[in-house]
Design a protein around this ligand. Structure first.
Ligand SMILES: [Zn+2]
Length: 125
């Protein structure tokens, strides 16, 4: 079950949600939530983020590529009650687990309390 372990050692283990920040949005002119994700691994992953509300309704958020060691900040939503952040990842994996429709790995985090960054610079997204 080597491949299975390698699979679990992929994006699920490598990528963490550092924090959710409440920042003024440069273009929208109001406070919005941004998720900061970090890739602690050695592989490159493509990701696709959704915000999940109670009842399982999901709203698509950002998508992109995260490099090894990189921290990305993605716009999640207007400040509002939500349940969790769901992220699908794709990347190289030696296993034969079939890809989900949305990606090879799926990970979700319960909505954390947002933090207000000290610098308060509007996010440029
Ligand atoms: Zn895999």
């Amino acid at each position: 079950m080597e491949a299975r372990r390698d699979h679990l050692n992929g994006a699920i283990k490598d990528v963490e949600l550092l924090r959710v920040e409440s920042r003024p949005h440069a273009r929208l002119g109001r406070r919005e939530l941004f998720g900061a994700f970090k890739n602690n691994g050695h592989r490159v992953y493509r990701y696709k983020i959704a915000v999940e509300y109670s009842g399982g309704v999901q709203t698509p958020a950002g998508r992109g590529i995260i490099q090894p060691g990189e921290v990305v900040s993605e716009h999640l939503l207007t400040e509002a009650p939500y349940d969790s952040i769901v992220v699908w990842f794709d990347g190289e994996c030696p296993c034969d687990v079939p890809d989900d429709l949305d990606g090879h790995w799926r990970r979700s985090w319960p909505a954390p309390e947002p933090v207000v960054p000290d610098d308060e610079n509007p996010a440029l997204q």
